[in-house]
Design a protein around this ligand. Structure first.
Ligand SMILES: C[S@@+](CC[C@H](N)C(=O)[O-])C[C@H]1O[C@@H](n2cnc3c(N)ncnc32)[C@H](O)[C@@H]1O
Length: 257
């Protein structure tokens, strides 16, 4: 019998990830420019790590600005897409598959000017202890004064809405193909419990048939105050934050003490 490889989670979503990225994040230069306020603080040729690089738009955008970029992700398929994007743009990005906790096995301590963990990635760390275990290596790799740049969903807002279905109200066109994106949020009774997000991308092909890719992802939400405490625990001091309980997402910049 031939073995069929089952691709799950982000390895599967990597195949349809362009439909999940918002228009402003699709172009590497534009994605990088959305962090201009922080990038302006960096030295020329800054050494940066994107430790949940996804399909690589931010990493490639940063390399386009002349930075020395390392891009890592837990998903092999995501890392492959980052390497492909990098090739398309003629960018020099070092790519590597690594979970957050594995980063110190591959990279030197105290070397990066900036570590990025953006686009709702940290909630995949398993609970408070998992978050600290993920943040610890990010902090360790930063040089003194280096900065962690983190973006997050506002879970206070997400949880207040409860379990629900978000169905895209328009077709999203990528590479000449249209798809509808559906998010199903499974909100557990307690903050500490495992939550789920089911993401479905339904592509409509030229012949009119519908191809659906659907994945169930686990996540562990956190309150902003908890994140602040955890950042401090790993030796980072919050330098800037856009947290607003009414806004969908926020940015935190924390520097290594
Ligand atoms: C929502 S995507 C964000 C990707 C990208 N940063 C963006 O903004 O488009 C979350 C990413 O985190 C990665 N990820 C999840 N758990 C991880 C872990 N333990 N270590 C490293 N990366 C992880 C996933 O593989 C995925 O690429």
């Amino acid at each position: 019998m031939t073995e069929v490889e089952v691709v799950t989670g982000y390895d599967a979503l990597a195949e349809v990830y362009e439909w999940l990225i918002s228009d402003p994040k699709l172009a590497p230069a534009e994605f990088a420019a959305s962090f201009d306020d922080v990038l302006n603080l960096l030295p020329p040729n800054a050494h940066v790590l994107d430790c949940s690089c996804g399909t690589g738009q931010l990493a490639v955008g940063l390399a386009g600005l002349g930075m020395r970029v390392v891009a890592t992700d837990a998903s092999e398929a995501m890392v492959r897409r980052t390497a492909e994007l990098s090739g398309e743009f003629g960018a020099s990005v070092r790519t590597m598959r690594a979970d957050w906790e594995e980063l110190p096995d591959h990279l030197d301590d105290d070397t990066f000017d900036m570590v990025c963990c953006v686009g709702n990635s940290l909630h995949h760390a398993v609970g408070a202890s998992g978050r600290v275990a993920a943040l610890e290596p990010m902090s360790r790799l930063l040089r003194s004064g280096g900065r962690l740049v983190l973006t997050s969903r506002t879970w206070e807002l997400v949880r207040s809405r409860g379990s629900r279905l978000d169905i895209g109200d328009r077709l999203v066109r990528r590479n000449g193909r249209d798809a509808i994106v559906v998010y199903r949020w499974e909100i557990a009774p307690l903050w500490e419990q495992e939550h789920h997000i089911e993401i479905a991308v339904a592509q409509v092909d030229a012949a009119g048939s519908v191809l659906v890719r659907s994945e169930l992802l686990s996540c562990w939400p956190y309150r902003y105050e908890e994140l602040e405490v955890e950042l401090h625990r790993v030796g980072l001091r919050t330098e800037m934050s856009t947290f607003n309980p009414e806004a969908e997402n926020y940015l935190v910049v924390a520097s290594k003490v």
